[in-house]
Design a binder for this molecule. Structure first.
Ligand SMILES: C[S@@+](CC[C@H](N)C(=O)[O-])C[C@H]1O[C@@H](n2cnc3c(N)ncnc32)[C@H](O)[C@@H]1O
Length: 251
């Protein structure tokens, strides 16, 4: 199964499942804080794999213009509707990033929340991003890394030892429909880019899928989130998280 039908199937439920989820919101808000210094009103940014326009409200609040693309027609429909509803200055293309060409270069490019993990030919994708990034520009890749404490605990809890090993060692996962995700970390990007900043999201907390709040876990999470926040920019890369945000510049 390819990326297009896989993400078409996610589209209807995406907002509810990931963006309205407490931990999903926390991760996105934390990233937005870090992104803000790189943006300025009128700047044109490129959002690769924009999904249903998850960051459009934020872009609108920053006054930036947006070129966005996504491989999934269902996601593009949602993103186009959202841009129109917000009055966001945006063009949304239904396009595979790997065949996207543009005469422009961008000062800020974002691949948010696991877009990169859907891309198997990483080196070609990085080459493409390097071409599109302006000389002093910033590229933000938010990647699911091989190590995430709670995902591994979840595998162990369910007796899925092979899947755990596959994620940490093989660095991939296969969805029930056969689509394969890759798990990437900092060293996978270093051939083209130099790191400006790294932010670990939920290294000590579950992922949005695992979070089903009751009184106990809600309380525990509200305490752990403070620790998670304060550790976010200080951990070594291998400590992982649900996602890691890598801010890169050109080498
Ligand atoms: C996990 S979602 C993230 C969506 C959004 N960036 C966000 O922050 O919520 C990954 C998105 O990447 C898109 N995608 C995957 N492979 C792609 C490709 N080769 N070109 C363009 N978009 C792609 C999917 O359709 C999906 O909408």
């Amino acid at each position: 199964m390819s990326a297009r039908p896989t993400f078409d199937a996610y589209a209807a439920d995406y907002q509810h499942k990931f963006n309205d989820n407490f931990l999903g919101k926390y991760q996105r808000a934390r990233l937005h804080e870090e992104i803000t210094p790189f943006l300025a009103p009128g700047l044109k940014i490129l959002d690769v794999g924009c999904g249903p326009g998850s960051d459009f409200q934020f872009y609108h609040s920053q006054g930036v213009a947006v070129e966005a693309l996504d491989i999934s027609p269902a996601m593009v429909d949602l993103a186009t509707e959202k841009a129109a509803a917000l009055g966001l200055d945006a063009t949304v293309h239904c396009q595979d990033f790997q065949t996207f060409t543009s005469s422009e270069s961008y000062s800020f490019i974002i691949l948010n929340f696991g877009v990169i993990n859907a891309i198997a030919d990483l080196q070609t994708a990085l080459k493409q991003l390097n071409k599109m990034l302006a000389e002093n520009g910033t590229l933000l890749i938010v990647s699911m890394p091989p190590f995430h404490l709670f995902s591994l605990l979840g595998f162990f809890w369910r007796g899925k030892f092979r899947e755990a090993l596959q994620r940490v060692n093989g660095r991939y996962a296969v969805l029930p429909n056969g689509f394969r995700f890759q798990y990437y970390r900092q060293k996978d990007f270093r051939s083209f880019f130099r790191l400006k900043k790294r932010i670990h999201l939920c290294p000590l907390l579950p992922n949005p899928d695992q979070y089903h709040p009751d009184r106990f876990s809600g309380k525990l999470t509200s305490h752990l989130i403070k620790l998670d926040r304060s550790l976010a920019t200080r951990l070594p890369d291998w400590c992982g998280g649900d996602h890691i945000g890598y801010f890169f510049g050109k080498k």
